[in-house]
Write a protein that binds this ligand. Structure first.
Ligand SMILES: [Zn+2]
Length: 182
């Protein structure tokens, strides 16, 4: 009898998900249908191009949902951040919200990759970072706050992981970055 096939290694961005989910994603990738699916669901890039625009966008969400959380001193895109390692993958502590404890001011850094993604994903990551103003760990209370602000939070995080899986497999973005003059 031939030896059983070895299980393929987990997909980097979906390592925490069930084997059946990973198998479905692999199948879509092999059939070349994952991108089409994501593009249909998320057709357009957002228009938040600059750090200033990102600050305004974040403050609007904060004022609406987390008015009493610590003030934000700075909100910027950071091209050095690795999205999963710093934000979503490890589900340990966040390294990205850095506070000056004396002034209780916080800084939010959003991985540069989000500049060139549809608005749903930008909202998801900003909600994630805003929720850390109140809940430091990736625990139940944290995700309850995320889904309170954005009811589709979990679906969006999953779909973001699908986008990253596709980037990794194809080496290109579904939404090539639009270059602006500024
Ligand atoms: Zn986090």
């Amino acid at each position: 009898m031939p030896a059983p096939e070895t299980t393929p290694p987990p997909l980097t961005y979906l390592a925490g998900y069930a084997a059946e989910v990973q198998a479905q994603v692999r199948a879509l990738l092999l059939q070349g249908r994952l991108g089409e699916r994501l593009q249909r669901r998320y057709p357009a890039l957002h228009g938040v191009r600059t750090d200033g625009a990102l600050y305004d966008y974040t403050m609007a969400l904060k004022n609406r949902h987390l008015r009493n959380a610590d003030p934000l001193s700075k909100v910027v895109f950071d091209n050095r951040l690795h999205v999963i390692r710093n934000a979503l993958g490890t589900h340990t502590t966040v390294a990205r919200v850095q506070g000056n404890k004396l002034k209780a001011k916080r800084e939010i850094r959003v991985a540069g990759l989000f500049r060139a993604l549809p608005g749903e994903f930008l909202k998801m990551i900003v909600v994630h970072e805003l929720a850390h103003l109140k809940e430091r760990a990736h625990d139940k209370a944290f995700y309850a706050l995320c889904t309170h602000i954005e009811p589709d939070y979990h679906q969006l995080e999953f779909d973001l992981r699908l986008c990253l899986t596709l980037f990794e497999a194809t080496g290109r973005s579904l939404w090539p970055e639009v270059r602006t003059s500024d």
